[in-house]
Structure formats: structure tokens, C-alpha cells
Design a protein around this ligand. Structure first.
Ligand code: ADP
Ligand code: MG
Length: 637
């Protein structure tokens, strides 16, 4: 029973439906709608069209359509002939319409009428504009930032790339088909697992932050890429895809790597410097005068200062406050070297933090950005040479004793010679004491003179043996050298001839007499040794004026110097021997013959005078030793 009644209840609706007029239909539409004939005459219109017709619809039926609807109608007519059904979007005074036109015919041969419906889509349109605008803005921003953007759909795992993504990967959009496998090929082999994790994370809906990995482009270049991704939600708030940006961070990565490398290098350098047994300080010239930038551990240990307490201070922090005279003069030289960007080595009394002092050797090395410019950085090396100095003094002393031993032969011979007339004349004098007082007085004079000479010899030996620090004073150099030669002559092998060329006249030298003997003795002995005990040793003494160039070559001040030359025609020295002869205990002689101390002692004596020792030698030709001695009363002194 229910079924027929169901049919029955529907039947009146169908008949009601058939009763509906077109006008009713039009009125039921939610948008303004009109019906036009081919001549743009308004056939019908619904109430909603009133605004667009600018008239009450019933009053304008039969007239040519007017008002804003007119422009829509014109557009419909333009395309109505071509398309059976037309639709378009039409802006009208700030409002957007979605216009649809349906051609209808009452009879097969009747005229074609157009039903035109204009739906207001302004709201959708604005939303669309906004989306488009924000897309355009994103596009522009990514272009400027050199960013690529991508979208990964979770359901299909399909990936969409922005054009710049292809640029970043060095790929062409025409030839590259993006699949997980084709992309994996591009990823650096070592980063493939990493990248796969990033991909999985995105598909699982996780955000990516600064995910970095490497790719290898077709041309073989390696690039670092960085991904940042977030989740996209659809209109219902359901997440469905990941959206992200991709950035080439190769340059930054390289800088980062370089920085890491640099930091590591710095660490190594600092550690190495701290392991150095030499005190190292680095001064910079950022301020008005060079100031401490860095000191190593040994420098801290030597000075008792912490690096932080020396930082930004002048190196003069190590100078004792009351240092004037000789000690202070050396410090002034350090300052001068720093001011004039010059290298130098200085022996200084340095004061520790606790006030105690030590003898320091300070080497200053300027570091220039460009040759010829002023130094911007100085590297300073500091050593405590207090003990070295003590040892050197001991060495000097022992060599002196050795030289004394060698001299004793000469001394004995000399005294013996002086005793001869004393003894002989004493005997003779006794015999004629009563008979010839005049002669006896003459004998006494000779005896007294011999006695005085003997006393001088003894005095000289005594000064030689004394331990105290040598005093420098002005002495007539000719006499000193002649005395020394005389004393050493008898100790030389008989077949060694001494050829003397003493041309220094009355010149005075700033020396210590004992040391002069020591220098002469050592040089002549070496010359005699080099000739195997037979030959001529030439000794020459003269005053010379050194010009700037030759003086500079000898690291001496230009001006007057006294030059002592000792030359032989002996075995000579090769370069290796020459480079080591000033080392204490370096000898090529048999044990018992040589101690290896001679030249090192001569060198330290001469340098102690403020002079210089130079050797010229050629194997099998001979050797010339040249000693430059400061002349008294001259600029050089
Ligand atoms: P020593 O004479 O005890 O060996 P020195 O310091 O005086 O020590 O000399 C060191 C070395 O220098 C000598 O062993 C020798 O090889 C070389 N030497 C020094 N003077 C001469 C010279 N005039 N001719 C050749 N070699 C020399
Ligand atoms: Mg010697």
C-alpha cells in the first residue's frame, strides 16, 4: 500500500512542475537573470535584475536592454553566435560577475533567445587575486633569495619543483623526470642515506629545518643544498603535502669549512708555540706604539707574567724602572728597533713580575705586509742567557789557563833571558866592586832594568791568570801585539817563521791587554798548526778607515778601526769547517792537540770589545784571520 501511495504523492508535484512558468523559474534563480532576443530586446527579467537594468524589470520588457546589463548583453551577443553556450567573467564597477548564457528556442523554427544569468563572484575573485598575489610575491622572493621551492604530495609522493629548483640542480625541466630514484642519482653518494631520511620525514609529515646535503651536478661540481620544509593543509585542515624551500649554501659551507680549518690551524700553531722552549711574544701596532698581542707559555714562565697581564702593554714592561746607563741603553735600542721596524738582537737585563732580574737575549723580527713598509707586527724571541753567560765566563777562564800554559814556555824563556845579565853582572860586579865603582853603577843600572822587565812579565802573567772581568781601556796596540808575539815566539815550532808588519804606530785601542795576548796567541797557533809546524805566519797590524759599505758588511760602525791580520799558507778550511769553527769544542785536531776553544774564545773576546772577527779561507791555499779592534778616541769607540 505504501508504494502506490508513494507514487500518488509524487504525481501532484510533477503536474505542479509542468504548471511552472518560465517567469517563476527566473524569479527562483539566486542571481540577476534576463532573457533577450537576437536584437537585444528584453524578453523577460527577474526581480534581482532590477539594479543591473536600472529599471523595474516589468516596465522595460519589450525595450532594448539597458543599464549595466547592456555591456554584458553586448559581450554575450559577440560570442553567442560562435558558441552555443557562453560563459565568462565580467567586471562591472568593482563587482565581478560570472556570466552564463544559454540559448533557448520555443519552437524549432522560432527565434533563438538567450537566457543570461550574472552571478556575483566578487568574493571568490578577491580571494583568487589574493592567492595569486601572494604566489607572485613568493615567486619574487624566492627569485631574489635564489631559493627553489618544492611541494611533495604525500599520497602519490609526487614532487613539484619551481623553475629555480632546476637551476639549483643544474638540470633542465625538459629532460629531467623527477622520481625518488632519479633524484637519488644526483645526491652525493655519501649523503644518499641522509637525504632519504629527509624525504621520509617529509612524507611522514615532519618539518625540516636546515637539512643540508650535497649533490653532484652533471658537470661534476659538488654543491651543498639546504632544505627547509613545512606541512601544507587543505581547506578542511587536513595535512596533505609538504612545502619547502631549497637553497644553495655551498659558499657558506666553504667559508665555514675554511673557518674550521683556520681555527684548527690556529689551535695547532698556538699549541706549537706553547711547546716552544723559546719565549715568544707577538706585538701589534694597532695602538700608537707596538703592544703585546700574544705571549707563549715559555715567555710567561721566563717573565713570571701572565699573558693577560702583559696584553696591550709595551715590551718595556720588562725593563726595570731604574735602568739607566749601559743596561738602559740596550732597552733604548730595542725601542729604536721597534720604532724603525728594524730587526735586531739585544742582551738585556729583564725584570720578572716578582722584581728579580735575569739576563735576557731578545731578538726582534719585524713582519711587514709589504716590503719596504713599516712593520705591522713584531715577533720577539726571548731567552734567559744568565746561565749561558756564566758558562761562557767559565769557558773563557779555562781557555785562559790553557793559553797561560802555552805561554809559560815563553815566559820562562823571557825571565831566563832577563836573569842572565842579572846573574852575570852580579858576579862581575862583585869582583870589581872596590876597583871600578863607575862600571859597577852601570851594571846596577842594567840589573835594575832587567829586574823591572822581569817584574812586568810576571805582572802580565798575573793579570792573565786573574779571574775578574776584563776592564777595557785605551792601550797602545803596537806594544801589546809586539809583546804578545815576543812571548809566544819561543813556544812555536822552530821551523815556523813569524813575519811582522806592524804599521799601527802610536794608535791606541780600547782593549784589555791580557785578551790581546790571548787573541794573538790563538790565531798564530792555529796558523802554525795549519802548516804542520813549518812555514811563515804573517802578522799585520794597521789602522784603517772603514766606509759605510765595508763597515756594514762587517756589522761595524763606519770610521777608524785597528785591523790585526794573521795569515798562513796552510791547509785552509772547507765550508763546513768554516761554519762551525766558532763553536766551543769544535776541533778537527787530534785529541791532546786541540781543544776546540781557541776561535770561540777569540770571537767572544773581540765581540766583547765591540769589534769583529772574520775568517777568509780556501782549502790547501791558506787562511787569513782578520780582527777589527775599536780604536780609542774615535767615532767607532
Ligand atoms: P783548536 O785549534 O783547538 O782545534 P780552534 O777553535 O782554535 O780549536 O779551531 C777550531 C778548528 O778550526 C780547528 O780545529 C781547525 O780545523 C780550524 N782552524 C782554525 N784556524 C785554522 C787555520 N788557520 N787554518 C786551517 N784551519 C783552521
Ligand atoms: Mg786553536
Amino acid at each position: 500500500m505504501t508504494a502506490p501511495s508513494a507514487i500518488k504523492t509524487s504525481a501532484p508535484d510533477r503536474s505542479d512542475f509542468a504548471q511552472l512558468t518560465v517567469q517563476t523559474w527566473l524569479e527562483a534563480l539566486p542571481s540577476p537573470a534576463v532573457v533577450l532576443d537576437g536584437d537585444m530586446v528584453l524578453v523577460a527579467a527577474n526581480g534581482r535584475a532590477e539594479d543591473m537594468l536600472q529599471s523595474y524589470p516589468a516596465s522595460v520588457v519589450g525595450a532594448i536592454v539597458n543599464g549595466p546589463f547592456r555591456s554584458i548583453a553586448d559581450r554575450v551577443r559577440r560570442i553567442a553566435g560562435i558558441e552555443t553556450q557562453a560563459w565568462f567573467e565580467h567586471p562591472l564597477g568593482g563587482t565581478w560577475y560570472y556570466v552564463t548564457a544559454y540559448p533557448v528556442q520555443a519552437r524549432a523554427d522560432g527565434p533563438v533567445l538567450q537566457v543570461v544569468i550574472a552571478t556575483d563572484i566578487t568574493r571568490q575573485k578577491h580571494a583568487e587575486f589574493e592567492i595569486r598575489e601572494s604566489e607572485a610575491r613568493l615567486e619574487e622572493a624566492t627569485r631574489i633569495a635564489q631559493l627553489g621551492t618544492y611541494k611533495v604530495y604525500w599520497d602519490t609522493e609526487a614532487v613539484q619543483w619551481s623553475p629555480h629548483m632546476y637551476v639549483l640542480h643544474g638540470l633542465s625541466p625538459d629532460s629531467f623526470v623527477h622520481t625518488p630514484d632519479s633524484y637519488r642519482e644526483i645526491v652525493h653518494p655519501e649523503d644518499r642515506d641522509l637525504h632519504e631520511r629527509y624525504r621520509r620525514n617529509q612524507l611522514e609529515g615532519k618539518a625540516l629545518h636546515g637539512a643540508e646535503y650535497r649533490i653532484i651536478r652533471k658537470d661534476g661540481t659538488m654543491r651543498w643544498l639546504r632544505l627547509d620544509g613545512r606541512v601544507l593543509f587543505d581547506a578542511d585542515g587536513e595535512p596533505y603535502a609538504s612545502f619547502g624551500t631549497c637553497q644553495d649554501v655551498t659558499e657558506g659551507k666553504q667559508r665555514e669549512q675554511e673557518l674550521k680549518h683556520l681555527l684548527r690551524r690556529n689551535t695547532i700553531l698556538y699549541e706549537a708555540l706553547d711547546a716552544s722552549p723559546i719565549g715568544v711574544a707577538v706585538l701589534t701596532t694597532d695602538g700608537p706604539r707596538p703592544e703585546v698581542f700574544y705571549v707563549n707559555a715559555e715567555f710567561e714562565r721566563l717573565t713570571g707574567h701572565k699573558a693577560s697581564s702583559l696584553a696591550k702593554r709595551s715590551i718595556g714592561a720588562l725593563r726595570a724602572e731604574d735602568q739607566s746607563g749601559v743596561a738602559g741603553g740596550e732597552w733604548d735600542k730595542v725601542n729604536l728597533a721597534l720604532q724603525t721596524s728594524r730587526a735586531g738582537a739585544f742582551e738585556l737585563t729583564c725584570v720578572r713580575r716578582d722584581g728579580t732580574t735575569f739576563l735576557g737575549q731578545l731578538e726582534v723580527a719585524p713582519v711587514r705586509d709589504h716590503p719596504g713598509r713599516e712593520a705591522t707586527v713584531f715577533v720577539l724571541n726571548l731567552r734567559d742567557i744568565t746561565i749561558d753567560r756564566q758558562r761562557a765566563e767559565q769557558l773563557l777562564q779555562s781557555q785562559k789557563m790553557e793559553a797561560l800554559g802555552q805561554l809559560s814556555g815563553g815566559v820562562a824563556h823571557e825571565i831566563n833571558n832577563l836573569l842572565q845579565p842579572v846573574l852575570a853582572l852580579s858576579d862581575l860586579g862583585q869582583d870589581i866592586a872596590d876597583t871600578d865603582p863607575v862600571k859597577v853603577r852601570k851594571y846596577f843600572e842594567v840589573i835594575a832594568s832587567s829586574g823591572r822587565k822581569a817584574r812586568d812579565v810576571v805582572r802580565q802573567v798575573l793579570t792573565f791568570a786573574r779571574r775578574d772581568a776584563p776592564q777595557l781601556a785605551a792601550y797602545p796596540i803596537t806594544a801589546l801585539v809586539e809583546d804578545a808575539l815576543r812571548l809566544l815566539q819561543s813556544g812555536l815550532p822552530p821551523e815556523i817563521k813569524l813575519m811582522q808588519q806592524i804599521e799601527a804606530g802610536e794608535a791606541e785601542a780600547l782593549v784589555n791587554p791580557t785578551q790581546v795576548s790571548q787573541v794573538v796567541l790563538n790565531l798564530v797557533k792555529n796558523a802554525a798548526d795549519a802548516m804542520d809546524g813549518k812555514g811563515t805566519v804573517s802578522v799585520r797590524l794597521r789602522s784603517i778607515d772603514l766606509d759605510a759599505a765595508p763597515a756594514g758588511a762587517l756589522a761595524l760602525a763606519p770610521g777608524r778601526w785597528i785591523e790585526l791580520q794573521v795569515a798562513d799558507a796552510g791547509c785552509g778550511m772547507d765550508a763546513y769547517t768554516l761554519s762551525r769553527v766558532f763553536e766551543p769544542f769544535f776541533t778537527t785536531k787530534l785529541a791532546g792537540k786541540g781543544t776546540g776553544l781557541g776561535l770561540s774564545v777569540v770571537y767572544s773576546i773581540v765581540v766583547g770589545w765591540g769589534g769583529m772577527l772574520k775568517l777568509e779561507s780556501e782549502v790547501d791555499q791558506g787562511t787569513t784571520a782578520m780582527v777589527y779592534i775599536p780604536a780609542a778616541h774615535s767615532d767607532a769607540s
